[in-house]
Design a protein around this ligand. Structure first.
Ligand code: PMP
Length: 437
């Protein structure tokens, strides 16, 4: 297959023209040439606290495996049992030949965990957002979304053809303005926010958002992808942490993070979830999640809901605080622990503050972030890199994240690498942003 012009007509523009001379491709090529490309590196081991990547051992500080359950024997067994019983794939939609009892058990268990009437399982978290927003919203409605919301939320909003009113990240004054303006739009209004934002790791101020939605008569959806399995006594997410679950109309989550698998879910009232089951195109017109993925997610959820769950929730948040404090002590620019209010008692809350497992390190310049990433990688630490357009221009981050199963000695080894890398990097390239930047 080639990308040579498909048409003989000189006037017809070529849809492939955009793939040539693409700015993003040029940047990737330059980074690859300098061997500092932080993307598409290959793992050759399970996604555990220490992994093998490209022939060397690296401490994994770039995973969403927050509870560290991807290698847990109970979760592996759940996947094996499902594979043995139902085979490798179901080759059909949930509507037709793609539903096995495990899908239904998983939906029931998720609804019980989240305390809702019903739950629906999608094949990925991305599809859960697209398939919910694209179905529940329609032309004439308004959707108000935080500018930091995940791409799948934006995709769902755009697909729905509802009027999109974005507001500046976590700025409640802007949210309120958008709610006021929507009053004259004429349709239903939905506010959608991430509970924990995926790049910066900060938590949406849900109590105030709930108040605003109630005041202006808007529905609220919270994406709990990074909050589920992490925040609150049951690990049900930011809505649980803040005690506002009952006031959140729809909550979405994924299996691709704490639940150690792949897939997504949405919970809410029975009528809305039933409507999604018969109307959501991203649910109906795609093959259902493969048995091993469903079996693993179900087993991971059962671990979280077992007597072992609280210790895992405590461990991931303790590890996050340990890494954050260590990075700050080394002079890196890391966010301060977030104030959640003195009356909240939940794993990880210390003096009314909390740190999520996502600990971003601000670097600023994209190229410097790539160089720093490479130095850490060569030192044996893998972190994620968020460059523009994933973050605003000049806001490049190294996105570090921890698991419940990182032991302190491993995190301290990583911090030693961060210390040495910073010394060498600053000697050559000048100072990095410091705490408070
Ligand atoms: N929402 C958020 C906030 C996410 O970070 C992600 C994945 N990174 C998704 C949704 C999509 O989830 P999945 O990976 O299961 O498709």
């Amino acid at each position: 297959m080639t990308t040579s012009p498909a048409s003989t007509s000189p006037a017809a523009p070529d849809v492939f023209a955009k793939v040539r001379g693409h700015e993003r491709a040029a940047i990737l090529a330059a980074a690859r040439e300098a061997d500092v490309l932080p993307y598409f590196r290959t793992l050759t081991s399970p996604a555990l606290p220490v992994v093998r990547m490209e022939g060397a051992e690296r401490i994994m500080l770039g995973s969403n495996n927050y509870l560290g359950l991807t290698g847990d024997e109970r979760v592996m067994q759940g996947a094996r049992d499902a594979l043995e019983t139902y085979g490798t794939g179901l080759t059909g939609s949930r509507l037709l030949n793609g539903t096995i009892p495990l899908h239904l058990e998983l939906e029931e268990e998720i609804a019980a965990w989240m305390g809702t009437e019903d739950a629906i399982v999608f094949t990925t978290g991305h599809q859960a957002n697209v398939g919910t927003l694209g179905t529940i919203l329609t032309v004439g409605d308004t959707v108000i979304a935080d500018s930091g919301d995940h791409a799948s939320i934006l995709d769902g909003c755009l697909l729905s053809r509802a009027k999109l009113r974005p507001f500046r990240h976590n700025r409640l004054d802007k949210l309120e303005k958008a709610l006021q303006r929507s009053a004259t739009d004429g349709g239903g209004v939905l506010v959608v926010v991430d509970g924990v934002f995926s790049m910066e790791g900060d938590i949406a101020p849900l109590p105030r958002i709930v108040e605003l939605c109630r005041h202006y008569g808007a529905r609220l959806m919270v994406d709990e992808a990074h909050g589920a399995g992490v925040l609150g006594a049951r690990g049900a997410g930011a809505s649980e942490l803040y005690g506002v679950e009952e006031h959140v109309d729809l909550r979405m989550g994924t299996f691709s993070k704490s639940l150690a698998s792949c897939g997504g879910f949405v919970v809410g009232s029975r009528d809305v979830i039933e409507y999604l089951r018969i109307s959501s195109r991203a649910f109906l017109f795609t093959a259902s999640a493969v048995p091993a993925a469903v079996g693993a997610a179900l087993a991971a959820l059962r671990v979280l809901r077992s007597a072992d769950g609280p210790a895992l929730l405590q461990a991931v948040l303790d590890n996050a605080r340990h890494l954050r404090d260590g990075l700050e002590a080394l002079g890196y620019a890391v966010v301060a622990p977030q104030t959640v209010g003195g009356d909240i008692a939940a794993p990880g809350v210390v003096d009314g503050t909390i740190v999520t497992p996502i600990v971003p390190v601000l670097v600023g310049d994209d190229w410097k972030a790539a160089l720093l990433w490479k130095a850490l990688y060569d030192g044996g630490v893998f972190v994620n890199t968020a460059l523009h357009p994933a973050v605003p221009p000049g806001g490049a981050l190294l996105r570090t994240s921890v698991m419940a199963t990182h032991d302190t000695a491993v995190l301290d080894r990583a911090l030693d690498v961060f210390a040495a890398v910073k010394r060498d990097f600053e000697a050559e390239h000048g100072p990095l942003p410091g705490p408070g930047a």
